[in-house]
Design a protein around this ligand. Structure first.
Ligand SMILES: [Zn+2]
Length: 151
């Protein structure tokens, strides 16, 4: 019998973020602040995927993100799969949903905006989830998500 390949070790408890486009992996790492995590983080980069060709996967042990944290991912990777693992079992699958507000992920396109001139968090209201139109809370500048710069 051929042993199945296990490129990334199984997780006892924690969160698995799967089907990340490989070119977005490091943005996801930054967005979830995985560099400051105290628990083990396993990253699989450029793994084979039937669905995507190449994909990346992140496993974070003993960490359960809030919906608010996970929904921020919708800016860069709306189609990832999120699995909550308890005792080696998938107890919950979640989808990333565009939140009604984006906090501290996106840079305002207006150079005169206070957020570009003061050390402060950015805030955007999501005006249209389908079209991805967001508006700066401070200067009201509107931008679409495909044009935004991430912080
Ligand atoms: Zn602004």
């Amino acid at each position: 019998m051929k042993r199945q390949e296990m490129p990334v070790a199984a997780l006892q408890n924690g969160t698995v973020i799967d089907h990340i486009p490989s070119n977005k992996l490091f943005q996801v790492v930054n967005l979830l602040h995985l560099d400051t995590m105290k628990t083990p983080v396993t990253i699989g980069y450029n793994l084979k995927s039937k669905k995507m060709g190449k994909k990346s996967i992140i496993k974070v042990a003993d960490k359960f993100f809030s919906d608010e944290e996970l929904n921020q991912l919708s800016v860069i990777t709306p189609n990832v799969t999120l699995c909550i693992i308890r005792d080696y079992d998938v107890v919950e699958k979640k989808e990333v949903r565009m939140p009604s507000e984006l906090t501290d992920i996106v840079k305002c396109a207006n150079p005169k905006c206070i957020t570009n001139n003061e050390p402060m968090r950015t805030r955007f209201r999501v005006l249209d989830k389908e079209l991805g139109i967001i508006q700066c809370h401070y200067c009201n500048r509107e931008v679409t998500l495909d044009q935004v710069k991430l912080l």
